[in-house]
Design a protein around this ligand. Sequence first.
Ligand SMILES: *Cc1c(COP(=O)(O)O)cnc(C)c1O
Length: 361
Amino acid sequence: MKTEMKTAGWENKVRRVVPYTPGEQPKRKDVIKLNTNECPYPPSPKVKQALEHFGEESLRLYPDPQSLDLVEALADYYHVGKDQVFVGVGSDDVLALSFLTFFNSDKPVLFPDITYSFYDVWADLYRIPYQCQPLDDNFRLKKEDYMVENGGIIFPNPNAPTGLMEDIEVVEEIIAANPDSVVIVDEAYVDFGCTSVIPLVEKYENLLVVQTFSKSRAMAGMRIGYAIGSPKLIGYLNDVKFSFNSYTMNRLTLACGRACVEDEDYFREITQKIIATRERIKPELKRLGFLFQDSRANFIFARHETISAAELFEALKADGIFVRHWNKPRISEYLRITIGTDEEMDRLIAWLENYMESRRA
Ligand SMILES: *Cc1c(COP(=O)(O)O)cnc(C)c1O
């Protein structure tokens, strides 16, 4: 290992970080991929059209640094001003820039102990002090924990990887209690049956809501994320973006992103389908001995009453069914299972039935 090697002088001047580990993208094509919360359905047919009509000759030119085609489509969709929308290369890009822009204090940024595991990575990368606030025994957020002095607040709603939703009233109480900090609500999974706090950006100048095209809009491969907030917040975010990289969004992405937002019917259809599959699969998993709470996301975070998560994870993987497992305190007995197509979920259930049976024999 590296630690046994002598550190060269110059290495003391390197910004060293422990990177985020994304879920595996297996090379094999024959797997059932339920490990990174992608959408099992293709993007809108309008995106296909946009791809087909894209004129590659335009690639000669830089893209619009303001990304107006996409910003306008999102502003129309959410009934906010163009100066209230920021777009980036996936919400990871939007979130990373938001950490850099808004979390610039000696006081700790607050987020839950069980949450999106990129938050502490960005905080470490930028040397931002932070404090993890433990969720309660039922993995619920304790609002009082976010009513203490802080340098900023961030949490997903629904939370990841638990899938649990906090009521919009609780989220608003946290925002209202923190007029001296920026509060970021990461709504990566909001479209699967949770209420967005986007309407509250009119009321709270310090609220930034971040969403993504990667889950509910079936475009993880294109990399589009966005933030909605007050014109002041978005202005500060743009200042940092233009001090870093003016051209984050390429022409093809802007065209496809706009086409996607304009097809609301298809968006509703696929999110409803995923919700229906999730609800259908819940009793099946319960029958097989899984324990979990009410997920409002496109995944279920479950543990088994007798079989360890590590065992199930490995056995599933050996048979080409990929789910996510973290060897971390409090959640090491849980699997996060993305909701796939009905057929994929039926194959998962059949596999589990089989496994439980052969284990009993
Ligand atoms: C998936 C996810 C993101 C990042 O999504 P992008 O693909 O970068 O848009 C951000 N936050 C949470 C909680 C997520 O689960």
